[in-house]
Design a protein around this ligand. Sequence first.
Ligand SMILES: Nc1ncnc2c1ncn2[C@@H]1O[C@H](COP(=O)(O)OP(=O)(O)O)[C@@H](O)[C@H]1O
Ligand SMILES: [Mg+2]
Length: 375
Amino acid sequence: MRVESLELANFRNYAALRFEPPEGACILVGRNAQGKSNVLEALALLALGKSFRAVRESDLIRLDAPAASVTARVRTRAGSATAGCVITRAGEGARKRFLRDGRSVSYGNFLGGIMAVTFVPADLALVTGPASLRRRLLNAALSQIDRGYYRDLAAYAKVLAQKNAFLKSPDAGDRALLATYNAQVVDIGARLVSARMAYVRRLAHDARVAHARWVNGAGELEVTYAPSPFQDAETTDAVSACLAGALEQLAPAEAARRVSLVGPHRDDLALSLGGRPLARYGSQGQQRTAVLAIKAAEYALAHAAAGEAPLLLLDDVLSELDEERRTAFLSSIAGFEQAFITATHVSDVALGMPHRVIRVSAGRLVDAPAHAISA
Ligand SMILES: Nc1ncnc2c1ncn2[C@@H]1O[C@H](COP(=O)(O)OP(=O)(O)O)[C@@H](O)[C@H]1O
Ligand SMILES: [Mg+2]
């Protein structure tokens, strides 16, 4: 798929932008704090329904403006469509509205229209960083592929927040109330776990294959789902039973610590190389190669799910890779149709493929001179 035009109004540092991105690789270059990542963030917002970095959604709105909007015309195999998101200040926070071809649609129905795989500097810590990074990969990938997953994820977050508030409240001893929260944790949680289990199995396969091609037999990459509680149940019913059992067993500990201790919000991925945990035994180079294999696999699965190439959004990551890894990674992203790549200097990304360079300066985009349009 490809974005034919992108319009921003009062989004971050863009007062008004109309941008017709080229097909293929588009490199956004410019000094720091000019608005390169903001363009990627806008595109990711249309794919994920949320920012890949903002904690507060009101931060997406240009300072002093009441609302921001992001609209893109996208050509997919199914035809051409517009996708839009309007973010309006509401009290301390913000409210979002999603549009398809100019008409309001629910968040759940909005997702899946545009598919994007994002790769940001934080992803480089996928092996050594906190489990939340690995869960974020699963959630971003599955939300775009599977609308049911997104709905379950939102419902789970809600019930978890309610349960945690309950555990801290004076009612915390109420066994019946606890049982109603836990029943929902089990019901929704089991669906999330089943979806993650199936996804990780495919991710693990594709990542192992990509990795093996790169390292030439020097240790096999293993990606394994590590659900909370740990289990390898095969059916959703069996997952439910296991989760219910763990909640029962941990109820006294949850009451004592006043926080929910078990469930998919604590899931992780176990990553190992040649049977040894990568975070503890891997060299930095080995860890990085593993990250690239996992991101390449994520892209391949999104491609398969969409039936066409998703957008590729690379925010300041290519400049972090040595030439060998960069080449290996790019060649494994088979046939992307459109990629948005940010860098401080064009020379930092050394793409080795045709691309167009766009210069970003203080919330304006300028086509770089023709000599920069190189193969
Ligand atoms: N809500 C906002 N209103 C106005 N400017 C913003 C807003 N949020 C971020 N910015 C500005 O956007 C710029 C950062 O943009 P970013 O795309 O992250 O830069 P980079 O080019 O380094 O990737 C900064 O100058 C920051 O002040
Ligand atoms: Mg940036």
